[in-house]
Design a binder for this molecule. Structure first.
Ligand SMILES: Nc1nc2c(c(=O)[nH]1)N[C@H]1C(S)=C(S)[C@@H](COP(=O)(O)O)O[C@H]1N2
Ligand SMILES: [Mo]
Length: 341
């Protein structure tokens, strides 16, 4: 079993997470029912169970609507397969070691420089092949959906990885409400462009032709695992993690999980994503995590699971589709994954 809703008997603090909060996780059924046989649904909602409190996580100054949705969230333990291996990263690591080239190329640049990004108010344009597009506030996007917590692996193409508890809504919800036309075949996402706020966009050495662009095939975007995060660790997203709205596609390399989204377009043609534009022989459109298809310059067979140290490098085997093969492999049946990397 690759992903499961943890049974109470499975959920030992020492195995799953450093945060005791997880012991009191409220389980529920149904949210991922569309996923079918790949998921085990063990246990149902117990009124006595509290949502995690994330004691060690600094709180943020979230708007009232966000707090209300968070408090009503369905705390869904979509835990990865190996409880011994898949410990949730401490908040300090998940918010201190980042890729967000708009704020520089160093792993600590985003945490040092993104703090001043203005994320309130924020609006997102939904356009292209839709009957119900427009410009929406973050609250407009969130309010028709219930918040959920999803604990996912995030595997960077650079061969490091973390386990992160996201808070947000399913991407399919947002796309469905936009009412795609029959011409819509792909979804294209764009990050904010604002060189005044984003020092990486002022750099003349930047490889990226801003905005940062990503894309998914429509069926990938509609898959129940595709997630739009507005928070993590029970609070708002730190700016360095892509506040106030970022994509999370757990079976793909991290660069697909585009941050600080301002535009979502339904389109007919496959979008050219930023990394593909920079080096198409190294970064493809699909970017599915695949231990058998190496990056031209390094192996993808293993990964460094964070946090690690000098004494415990914590190198683990990379899994097909990052461990989500039962759920997503059928999206690619008949495709040559060496060609469609
Ligand atoms: N706009 C934007 N989104 C981005 C990136 C970026 O540089 N700019 N980096 C990507 C990469 S390479 C990874 S691994 C993840 C990292 O997410 P995290 O910092 O929240 O762990 O964000 C992705 N989303
Ligand atoms: Mo990445």
């Amino acid at each position: 079993m690759l992903i499961k809703i943890a049974k109470p008997s499975d959920l030992h603090e020492s195995e799953v997470t450093p945060e005791s909060a997880y012991l009191s996780r409220r389980r529920f059924m149904g949210g991922l029912a569309g996923l079918g046989a790949g998921l085990a649904f063990a246990g149902s909602a117990h009124a006595s169970e509290q949502r995690p409190d994330y004691k060690d996580v600094p709180s943020s100054d979230a708007p009232e609507w966000f707090k209300e949705k968070r408090d009503a969230a369905e705390w869904q333990a979509v835990v990865p397969s190996d409880p011994a291996q898949d410990k949730t990263a401490p908040f300090a690591d998940a918010s201190g070691y980042n890729n967000f080239f708009e704020f520089g190329t160093g792993k600590s640049d985003p945490a040092r420089k993104a703090g001043t990004l203005v994320t309130q108010p924020w609006s997102v344009v939904i356009d292209g092949e839709v009957n119900n597009g427009g410009r929406f506030s973050l609250e407009d996007i969130a309010s028709p959906s219930k918040f959920e917590e999803r604990i996912y692996r995030l595997r960077c193409v650079e061969a490091w990885s973390m386990v992160i508890p996201w808070l947000g809504i399913s991407l399919a919800d947002v796309i469905q409400r936009a009412e795609p036309t029959s011409k819509a075949k792909y979804v294209r996402f764009e990050t904010l462009v604002d060189p005044e706020q984003m020092p990486g966009q002022r750099s003349s050495f930047a490889l990226i032709d801003w905005p940062y662009v990503e894309g998914l095939r429509l069926d990938e975007a509609m898959h129940p695992l595709s997630f739009l995060a507005m928070g993590m660790y029970g609070r708002e997203l730190p700016n360095q993690n892509g506040a106030p709205l970022r994509l999370v596609v757990p079976w793909k390399y991290g660069f697909k999980s585009i941050k600080s989204i301002v535009r979502i377009s339904l389109v007919e043609e496959e979008p050219l994503n930023s990394w593909q534009k920079i080096a198409a022989n190294e970064y493809g459109f699909y970017a599915n995590v695949n231990p058998e298809v190496d990056h031209p310059r390094w192996s993808q067979a293993t990964e460094r699971r964070l946090p690690n140290s000098l004494f415990n490098t914590n190198i683990i085997d990379t899994r097909m589709f990052n461990g989500y093969a039962d759920e997503v492999a059928s999206l690619y049946s008949g495709m040559d994954l060496r060609v469609n990397y």
